[in-house]
Ligand binder design. Structure first.
Ligand SMILES: Cc1cc2nc3c(=O)[nH]c(=O)nc-3n(C[C@H](O)[C@H](O)[C@H](O)COP(=O)(O)O)c2cc1C
Length: 373
């Protein structure tokens, strides 16, 4: 029989009561991803026992709902959970029944250690499977130890719910690239949505990491000609400023972004010496930002539809710098009722691409590259 040990997902910081600490949004989403993977792995315990502490109970409930089960709340799985508790809880069960316990560290890791002799470090939202030969056995084999990151990778992607998985019961369109070969999952998943969540902000460290990704792009002569004017929504005045330079067609959906940005390139290497690669390098830096953002579950929509000269005026951008694009960043939400009908239709429409042969040549211009056949 199989024992599954789950450590509760990511929970909010301790405030008044440890007992009532809830899962964070991210914690819920990751446990949701883990639960969907568990279902695909055909994990079907006869019972799911959970510690009564809220973060554990919420974790167990997300898993139980996905597996179509009920949670049994058991104080024995609370702090101090040990082998005798496990044996007592499972006493009445059929000898073939698999059982899941959802609780806390260090107890979960320690119980797995006592059963298997392995030193395990169970991460929040992680799962261990231990197979034993009989209910009385105090020894078993550690068959799996799955960290939440691995669940993310096995599941719908990183922070799956942001990415085309489910939030509650609602589905987000995922619009994966219908590519001719498998691609890196970030490339496969990237697209330009309109349905940003107007209520969700981007945390500062995450925003910084997105910008850091741009910083490490390649550039001609390492000139790093990119500059970014960045307006997080928390800074209402700044957000309004960038918003004011967007063209009317983009404003209705871009107002829901969590961060607006203007991307600028320095077109000169120095006074009077042009840098013909500046826009190339800016685009490359933005591409890195887009993928780094998606790694955080944040989507990006780039816009040519803005007024560069107005941006120049509003921000006093010097002559040798050129504003190229405005960019919207944000989390998506499944409920698209804040979008116009036309935008809702666009949000679920199929993505189109030219064939590879129409853009990859050799022999002569516009001749489809021979290696594609
Ligand atoms: C430089 C640039 C400018 C764009 N301008 C706009 C724009 O002003 N408004 C808009 O809705 N989408 C804009 N887009 C998004 C494109 O329409 C979108 O990337 C394209 O249709 C491919 O779709 P996908 O990104 O979902 O794969 C722009 C994209 C880029 C890269």
């Amino acid at each position: 029989m199989k024992y599954y040990f789950v450590r509760h997902g990511l929970a909010e910081e301790l405030q008044d009561s440890d007992f009532n600490r809830e899962l964070t949004d991210r914690g819920r989403r990751r446990v949701g991803t883990a639960a969907r993977v568990m279902k695909r792995l055909n994990i079907c315990p006869a019972k799911i026992f959970s510690s009564p502490r809220l973060r554990s109970l919420q974790t167990a409930e997300i898993i139980a709902e996905e597996l179509g089960m009920e949670v049994v709340v058991a104080d024995a799985v609370n702090f101090g959970f040990d082998l005798p508790d496990m044996q007592q809880l499972t006493r009445g069960l059929d000898s073939n029944d698999d059982v899941m316990f959802v609780g806390h560290n260090p107890d979960m890791s320690l119980v797995v250690h006592k059963l298997t002799g392995s030193n395990v470090a169970m991460k929040k939202g992680g799962l261990a499977r231990v197979d034993v030969f009989s209910r009385k056995a105090r020894q078993g084999e550690l068959v799996w130890l799955i960290a939440p990151k691995a669940f993310d990778a096995l599941g719908d992607g990183v922070d799956a719910a942001d990415v085309g998985g489910e939030i509650g019961k609602e589905r987000l369109p995922d619009k994966l690239a219908d590519s001719s070969t498998p691609l890196h999952q970030l490339i496969q998943r990237r697209w330009s949505p309109l349905g940003f969540d107007p209520d969700r902000r981007i945390e500062k460290p995450i925003l910084t990491s997105i910008l850091e990704a741009a910083r490490w792009a390649a550039s001609s002569s390492n000139l790093q000609p990119w500059r970014f004017i960045v307006a997080p929504k928390d800074n209402a005045a700044e957000f309004k400023k960038v918003f004011s330079v967007l063209k009317e067609g983009n404003q209705p959906w871009a107002q829901n972004a969590a961060v607006l940005m203007i991307a600028v390139a320095q077109n000169n290497r120095g006074p009077g010496v042009p840098n013909p690669h500046a826009s190339h390098d800016l685009g490359q830096a933005i591409a890195q930002m887009v993928l780094q953002a998606l790694d955080h579950g944040i989507y990006v929509h780039q816009m040519g539809g803005f007024f560069p000269e107005k941006a120049r005026e509003v921000y006093r951008i010097p002559e040798d710098y050129e504003p190229y694009t405005a960019i919207a960043f944000g989390y998506r939400r499944a409920d698209l009722s804040h979008l116009s009908d036309a935008h809702r239709t666009r949000e679920v429409s199929q993505r189109q691409r030219q064939e590879l042969g129409e853009m990859v040549f050799n022999g002569s211009w516009a001749r489809r590259a021979d290696f594609l056949d």
